[in-house]
Design a protein around this ligand. Structure first.
Ligand code: TRP
Length: 451
């Protein structure tokens, strides 16, 4: 098993894997979602819970999920079937793979709509430039999301881009692109933080909003959202990193690379927060204004700063690329499965899965305007899909992955894949077998009002 390769190919190097997996982790979750849910959930305390979840739940599960992928070397569904056979366990475990594949499609359906917003903003930046006035910036955004045609158009474009990359295989040209884009995105975020510092008093208000925890601001649902976001932002719980792990050469250290990836992901999210909240306060905006937050704040910065026209274009271009390197990991599990089990070519598998996702995404786009009154469990289609996937499916998937990797798989096999020094192995095992599952379970109980 140790030297077996995936039929879909393999990363060309350890560095290539780190880039791809960081590409999967860093995306809209960091720059769009983290700031707006932090704003909705009162700031500091929420951030602290999220950071704790990344450390105690996210990183151990990332190691577990990658390890399972590399040992199984197939799509999540078949990897789970293979690994449960190897462990002499119940075959029903492969349904966990099914849940993951489903979650990936559901997430991508709304992810693509938001990535479409970023793409539309590239063109707004090029042709209009951004206004320096907060009221105008907000009006532009409101007008934009009120248009079903525009949202569907940009969503369609993004799905076409995603599927054409996936068609070529994830380890094709993408490796190079990420290598250039990630550092540039980071540089631009630092520039935006620099701009935020010029807001004076508001800069400190922003920092204090993000970093001074007030636990009276959060309830059990906020804790669930913070935990769900730890899964979402690291790309865990649905088999994405499992598939990426299945393309990982045998000699790469899974634990070390997981730490790098989680570290990079967290830094990007915190920088985005530091860049955005000072603008929120400087312009008298509402931190809890929802999914439009970055589109209502960052343009103000670009509208004001020298060279803002160019930086604005660059920023939204990079955001679209960051979204693209994430979206391909969301759809890769189902594509890999269609190739393995249905004998589809990669192209056919991409087109079929892309069409299904696209159709769902259209309903998400409409939920921001013409269908905004249509609700499921009191949530719009967008909010419902986001809650269902990030707050429920990913944590449940992650819980099962933690349990499977430590209670079901044979210790000897896990040790073989992770190849860690004894103490580190014990620490991981403790976190993955007890801490992470117990934490997820407790948060669920808390939300249900049991504890
Ligand atoms: N992590 C990505 C982001 O923050 C989104 C993403 C990519 C994802 N792959 C995933 C989320 C798998 C959940 C599961 O934007």
């Amino acid at each position: 098993m140790v030297n077996k390769k995936s039929i879909h190919g393999e990363w060309s190097s350890r560095f290539a894997y780190i880039l791809a997996a960081t590409g999967s982790a860093v995306g809209l979750g960091n720059i769009w979602k983290f700031p707006y849910i932090t704003g909705e959930n009162g700031g500091g305390a929420f951030v602290l819970v999220y950071l704790a979840c990344v450390l105690a739940i996210g990183i151990p599960i990332m190691i577990a999920e990658t390890m399972m992928g590399r040992r199984g070397r197939q799509s999540p569904i078949n990897t789970l079937a293979t690994l449960s056979t190897e462990a002499g366990a119940n075959k029903y475990w492969h349904y966990l793979g099914w849940m993951g594949v489903t979650a990936g499609v559901l997430i991508l359906s709304y992810y693509s709509v938001i990535a479409g917003w970023a793409n539309a903003y590239v063109f707004k930046a090029i042709f209009g430039g951004f206004s320096a006035d907060a009221v105008e910036v907000k009006a532009t955004f409101d007008e934009f999301i009120a248009s079903p045609m525009q949202l569907v158009f940009w969503h369609t474009l993004f799905m076409i881009a995603t599927m054409s990359v996936v068609m070529r295989g994830v380890n094709g040209g993408l490796e190079k692109a990420v290598q250039l884009l990630m550092p540039t995105l980071l540089a631009l975020l630092v520039l935006l933080v620099g701009y935020a510092m010029t807001t004076g008093e508001a800069y400190f208000q922003g920092l204090s909003f993000l970093f001074s925890p007030d636990f009276s601001e959060i309830d059990s649902d906020a804790v669930l959202t913070a935990m769900g976001h730890a899964f979402f932002t690291l790309g865990l719980g649905m088999g994405a990193i499992m598939v990426y792990g299945s393309y990982l050469p045998s000699n790469v250290s899974i634990a070390k690379t997981s730490l790098y990836i989680a570290g990079a992901d967290t830094i990007v999210a915190l920088l985005a927060g530091i860049a955005i909240f000072p603008l929120v306060f400087a312009n008298g905006l509402e931190p809890g204004s929802g999914p439009g937050l970055i589109f209502q704040t960052l343009p103000i910065a670009f509208g004001n700063m020298t060279g803002g026209w160019l930086f604005g274009i660059l920023f939204f271009v990079l955001l679209v690329f960051a979204a693209l390197t994430s979206s391909i990991s969301l759809i890769e599990p189902v594509v890999a499965w269609l190739v393995e089990n249905k004998g589809f070519t990669r192209s056919k598998a991409s087109v079929v899965s892309g069409l299904v996702t696209w159709a769902l995404g259209v309903s998400v786009a409409l939920s921001f305007n013409v269908w905004s009154d249509f609700t499921i469990f009191n949530k719009t289609i967008f909010n419902f899909l986001d809650y269902l996937t990030a707050n429920l499916m990913l944590p449940i998937g992650g819980f099962c992955i933690a349990v499977f990797s430590t209670w079901v798989m044979h210790d000897k096999h896990v040790r073989e894949e992770l190849a860690l020094p004894e103490q580190q192995y014990i620490l991981w095992r403790y976190l993955a077998s007890y801490v992470a599952p117990a934490a997820v379970f407790l948060v669920f109980l808390h939300v249900l009002g049991v504890v």
